[in-house]
Unconditional design. Structure first.
Length: 118
């Protein structure tokens, strides 16, 4: 099992910044992907940004809606993935979920609220 714990988030003004952190713990696994999704009430959960590992190298991917504003970073030694939310628009208000794909399946964090006021 992999446990994912999110931290950060909260309230920000439009145009401001926040940082979300995801710490992975549990048994040692090989990650295929690790990153962030978000969900607003009444809509499906959507991918925001993620790392994908292939042949030992990680590449970052972003949803078109966040390119140029959000950035994902990782700390392999700490098994952490951070999401840096910059130039926040009110539309970024959502519950953000950390997620990882492993050969054993997909794991989710509990989610953390981000609210952007206009």
């Amino acid at each position: 099992q992999v446990q994912l714990e999110e931290s950060g988030g909260g309230l920000a003004q439009a145009g401001g910044s926040l940082r979300l952190s995801c710490a992975a713990s549990g048994r040692t696994v090989t990650y295929v992907t690790m990153g962030w999704f978000r969900q607003v009430p009444g809509k499906e959960r959507e991918v925001v940004a993620h790392f994908t590992w292939y042949n030992g190298a990680a590449s970052a991917g972003y949803a078109n809606s966040v390119k140029g504003r959000f950035a994902i970073s990782k700390d392999n030694a700490e098994n952490k993935v951070d999401l840096h939310l910059n130039i926040l628009p009110p539309a970024a208000t959502a519950v953000y979920y950390c997620s990882s794909d492993t050969p054993s399946g997909r794991f989710w964090g509990q989610g953390i609220q981000v609210t952007v006021s206009s």
